[in-house]
Design a binder for this molecule. Structure first.
Ligand code: SF4
Length: 345
């Protein structure tokens, strides 16, 4: 059962409560290289990214938000550490949310300045505690990650600021999950969930799926980032897959048999082409590509559309009914013709 957190607004999007869990990613180009960043954001946007975070290291980065906002359509989060002036400049340049830990800014008057501007412009703040940068007086464990979080939250709440989103990222799954669980039991603010620095494509995806899977199963999470050392588009694809397995994202699911000695046609290239075709389709269809009739027919019974292949040919099945018998070379095309009919329905 999903935890009903406070709803906050980021640009034209809402997170928290019963709103869909939004997918985030982060650009991996210096933000002041505005044209390249805009190109990357557009690519992420067209692949289903809902919110994008950009690193703000200097004034040039902060100022480039203005141009980025003009050319793109998804909310922009400015990621700032330590320097309140960069937060002010990012907000004035039109960012939709900032990621900033107020306890890292020494002068409370500077925090007040940022908070007042956020209030004026309805900009939320994400407090992002990271296991790698806990305050020196706190030994690394889940309780202390939440303690660090509390220190930041206390500062914002003392200034009557509640437009908050929180994250508690760690690379260790057990630590990360425990920290999120504890924070979720204490606070009702929406949660940005992620396993930080999860790794390269394959290992990072496995690690993220385990950690994020546990949290989502427990109803924790309002916005998600899969951190991969890869093209950020892969983060978005991975997040969609993870969410759709919990029926938290509307996209087709594709069941593919692993193939075995009974497989008598070239199944994997067809499955890959179908997977590519469906990647931006928003309808929650159940699709299957099966290698033989032994298990294939049974599996296909539950699919809106399935291929069940045999020797040099196959059948296309809808909810257990064979609708077409097709030569192997036409299987993909005929499947797509039937799929398009379902999409339009
Ligand atoms: S569906 Fe058929 S071909 Fe595919 S793994 Fe199962 S038995 Fe093998």
């Amino acid at each position: 059962m999903r935890k009903l957190t406070k709803v906050i607004k980021i640009g034209d999007k809402l997170i928290g409560g019963t709103n869909p869990i939004l997918i985030q990613s982060m650009t991996n180009i210096k933000t002041s290289k505005t044209d390249l960043v805009i190109k990357q954001i557009k690519e992420l946007e067209s692949n289903g990214c809902d919110i994008i975070r950009v690193s703000i290291l200097d004034m040039d980065d902060a100022k480039s938000i203005k141009e980025i906002k003009k050319e793109t359509n998804i909310p922009i989060v400015a990621d700032i550490h330590f320097d309140y002036k960069l937060a002010i400049e990012s907000i004035n340049s039109g960012c939709d949310k900032i990621r900033l830990n107020p306890g890292n800014i020494e002068n409370i008057e500077h925090v007040k300045e940022v908070v007042n501007l956020c209030k004026e412009k309805s900009i939320p703040i994400r407090i992002g505690v990271n296991a790698g940068s806990l305050p020196k007086d706190l030994e690394l464990n889940a309780n202390n990650m939440v303690m660090a979080l509390k220190r930041h939250i206390d500062i914002l709440e003392s200034l009557n600021f509640y437009d908050i989103c929180i994250s508690l990222k760690a690379n260790d799954i057990n630590l990360c999950v425990k920290a999120y669980e504890l924070a979720s039991s204490m606070y009702n603010y929406p949660m940005h969930i992620g396993i930080t620095e999860a790794g390269l494509d394959y290992s990072g995806l496995v690690k993220s799926s385990i950690g994020l899977g546990i949290l989502l199963y427990e109803g924790i999470g309002d916005t998600i980032r899969v951190s991969l050392a890869s093209n950020p588009v892969n983060e978005v694809t991975a997040a969609k897959e993870i969410l759709s397995n919990f029926n938290l994202y509307s996209k087709p699911t594709l069941t593919v048999c692993p193939t075995c000695g009974r497989t008598e046609y070239d199944l994997i290239p067809i499955a890959n082409k179908i997977n590519e075709y469906i990647k931006n389709i928003k309808k929650p269809l159940k699709l299957a590509v099966m290698g033989c009739v032994v298990n294939g027919i049974g599996e296909a019974k539950y699919a809106d559309l399935a291929i069940c292949g045999g020797k040099n040919s196959g059948v296309i099945i809808s909810h257990g009914n064979i609708i077409k018998k097709v030569d192997e070379k036409n299987l993909y095309n005929e499947f797509i013709i039937e799929l398009n009919k379902l999409i339009k329905e």
